[in-house]
Design a protein around this ligand. Structure first.
Ligand SMILES: [Zn+2]
Length: 134
């Protein structure tokens, strides 16, 4: 913690012409300032991490075996249950021919009931029609 009494002490040393001693005290204060700034930055990162965890705890939920995230009233997902439960990561599942596919862990999930993927933000994939050459 910064000791404000030190500022007066340094000022007095300069006033008395003891510049070497005053400079030494200033360097000590600079070191403690740098240490405090580093600690503050580390604590800011920790607070942000806890805020992220809290946000997920309040807005992430499991429905029909998949994870979903509520953001600004929108339902995001579905997210891979394997990735979240094993590594804490949110990997959005992609629609594939037989259901859903995780692009991160490569897991495939069989198609669920309609309500399982209803409200998903994934646009329906349009069929790619290749005309026959004549
Ligand atoms: Zn996955």
């Amino acid at each position: 913690m910064l000791n404000y009494r030190r500022f007066k002490e340094i000022n007095d040393l300069f006033a008395q012409g003891q510049t070497g001693k005053a400079r030494h005290r200033l360097m000590e204060m600079q070191s403690s300032f740098i240490a405090l700034r580093d600690e503050m930055n580390m604590l800011k990162v920790r607070v942000q991490t806890f805020e992220d965890i809290l946000y997920l705890a309040q807005n992430l939920y499991k429905e029909n075996g998949f994870y979903w995230l509520k953001t600004s009233g929108l339902k995001q997902g579905p997210f891979c249950p394997g990735c979240y439960e094993n590594e804490g990561g949110l990997a959005r599942l992609e629609k594939c021919r037989h259901g859903l596919h995780c692009p991160y862990c490569q897991a495939n999930y069989a198609a669920r009931t309609r309500s399982g993927t209803e409200g998903a933000e994934m646009p329906p994939r349009a069929a790619n029609i290749i005309p026959f050459a004549r």
